[in-house]
Design a protein around this ligand. Structure first.
Ligand code: PEP
Ligand code: MN
Length: 362
């Protein structure tokens, strides 16, 4: 995988000598008063960039779709009066033109836009060689290649103050999150591109106030480079995303309460850590070998089914296996959702292995 050509986050000029980068502000710019009051109340050493949506992508027509150009003047006022840098979402070439005209510092690409290669290409071309910061949210669907592709389009066009925003993934299943974090996806992005800063947006992952803090802590535990926290001077009255926005005072105290894990283990701790890692590596090797044995048995079952002309899927049997394993997993301190996902993946592989056996010569 080729490395991105990226200027390190500490040199983006956003005024954050210390990581993580703090981005906060309302989902939408609604009125000049709301924008100014929220900004004034957000001034704090841990907040560096003031966010506000000026053009809002809404699920259904008729909802509030943003104030547009007028609100960019309010963002300019925010920067003059508070010293905060500013950021907004851009979704087409005209948005970019206006954001640049009003000298917005950070432009981010929203989740719906990242999923469209045509739009990403158009945006990359109008942003060619910009020295603005450009952040790309993950697409709504859990497709890492699509996210990476959007980042590549921008980087190839010379956007070098480039970062990603993890905002969770939309799912049909009801979960406690508005958008399921699926941490393994940003973790894989980091593995492929350690040079790329990743910011977490706990607000769109959570969808409710109570989860914003634990999701933020998880992001910092994973060594993300910053947080984008939706904040409103009167959250309950917000014109969009009311249930997930925090009061400015809460956002500020939260950034103080979060535990920063930037150290590295030394001395006795380092020895202990390496012993524990060794243990994990051994357990992982056992897991692989047990799964391989399980698949061997599954192929054997496939042969029996083939010889008796039975279909592969016996859904009542699968229900039993899944139900039993989830119950046992929960009893042993794991989340039912996790055990279900693991077993669904194992079952899928079993079916594929049995299917391969079915088509072997008898
Ligand atoms: C937002 O940041 O307000 C927004 C619309 O986010 P997303 O693109 O992640 O849905
Ligand atoms: Mn929002």
């Amino acid at each position: 995988m080729e490395k991105f050509d990226i200027i390190p986050l500490s040199e983006w000029g956003l005024g954050n000598k210390d990581l993580p980068l703090g981005i906060a502000g309302p989902c939408s710019a609604e009125t000049e008063e709301q924008v100014m009051e929220t900004a004034r109340r957000l001034v704090h050493k841990n907040i560096h960039v003031y966010r506000a949506g000026v053009w809002k992508p809404r699920t259904r027509p008729g909802s509030f779709e943003g104030v547009g150009e007028e609100a960019l003047k309010w963002l300019q006022r925010v920067r003059q009066e508070t010293g905060l840098k500013t950021g907004t979402e851009v979704a087409n070439a005209e948005h970019v033109r206006l954001a640049l005209k009003y000298d917005v510092d950070v432009l981010w690409i929203g989740a719906r836009t990242t999923a469209s290669p045509f739009t990403m290409q158009e945006l990359a071309e109008v942003l060619r060689d910009t020295d603005k910061v450009v952040l790309v949210k993950n697409p709504m669907n859990p497709d890492l290649d699509l996210w990476q592709g959007a980042l590549e389009r921008l980087n190839v066009c010379g956007v070098r103050k480039l970062g990603a925003i993890h905002r969770g993934f939309s799912s049909y299943a009801k979960t406690k999150y508005r958008n399921v974090p699926q941490w393994e996806i940003p973790i894989e992005l980091r593995r492929r591109h350690p040079e790329l800063p990743i910011i977490c947006d706990p607000s769109h992952i959570s969808g409710c106030r109570e989860l914003v803090m634990p999701v933020s802590q998880m992001a910092l535990n994973l060594h993300f480079d910053g947080l984008m926290i939706e904040t409103h001077c009167n959250p309950d009255a917000a014109w969009s995303d009311a249930s997930q926005q925090l009061l400015p005072e809460r956002t500020k105290t939260m950034t103080e309460e979060l535990y920063l894990r930037s150290g590295s283990a030394s001395g006795e701790d380092a020895v202990r850590l390496s012993a524990l890692r060794q243990q994990i590596d051994e357990i992982d090797a056992q897991l692989i070998s047990m799964m391989a044995t399980r698949m061997k048995v599954a192929r054997e079952i496939g042969r029996v089914k083939r010889d008796s002309n039975m279909p592969i899927l016996q859904s009542s049997r699968w229900e039993d296996v899944l139900g039993r394993s989830v119950a046992e997993g929960v009893k042993q301190g794991m989340s039912g959702e996790f055990v279900r996902r693991v077993f669904e993946a194992v079952h899928q592989e079993s079916i594929e292995q049995q299917n391969a056996v079915m088509s072997e010569k008898q």
